[in-house]
Design a binder for this molecule. Structure first.
Ligand SMILES: C[S@@+](CC[C@H](N)C(=O)[O-])C[C@H]1O[C@@H](n2cnc3c(N)ncnc32)[C@H](O)[C@@H]1O
Length: 124
């Protein structure tokens, strides 16, 4: 049986400087504890940081906690005006869904690798 996993969920991004986050994660290799992102929107930054955790093999001992109120709440702008962004609870739900798909996809990829290595060992 062959399981092909090719779904790459679209994580919303709004920055051109995510490499800085990646580099910061690589520098935390010797720092214990979790990472925390305050204000994740659609999770672009979180996605980069989690991939960096994985690449630097920190993901088994270190996770990421992301905090965001969403709720389409009022924000004070620089002109003392109150403005609303589009940080809605709908955005929260979509983000949770996308990350769940991403997580399941990663689990399936690991299962696929274990399955193939088991088959290879049997072939020897
Ligand atoms: C500019 S977006 C962040 C972009 C995100 N870091 C990325 O990588 O795409 C700002 C986010 O901060 C959230 N936010 C606003 N005030 C906050 C607060 N006091 N604590 C935590 N998050 C907050 C908003 O709901 C919104 O999702």
């Amino acid at each position: 049986m062959k399981v092909n996993v090719s779904v790459e969920p679209e994580i919303g991004q709004d920055s051109l400087e995510y490499e800085q986050l990646e580099n910061a994660v690589f520098k935390t290799i010797d720092v214990p504890g979790y990472l925390c992102e305050i204000g994740l929107r659609r999770g672009g930054g979180s996605y980069y940081m989690m991939n960096a955790l994985k690449q630097s093999k920190q993901n088994l001992k270190k996770g990421l906690i992301a905090i965001d109120p969403y709720g389409n709440i009022d924000y004070e702008s620089n002109d003392d005006d109150v403005i609303r962004q589009d940080y809605t609870n709908g955005m929260r739900d979509e983000t949770i869904f996308i990350f769940s798909v991403w997580k399941i996809r990663n689990i399936l990829l690991v299962m696929q690798m274990v399955f193939h290595s088991t088959i290879k060992q049997k072939d020897l």
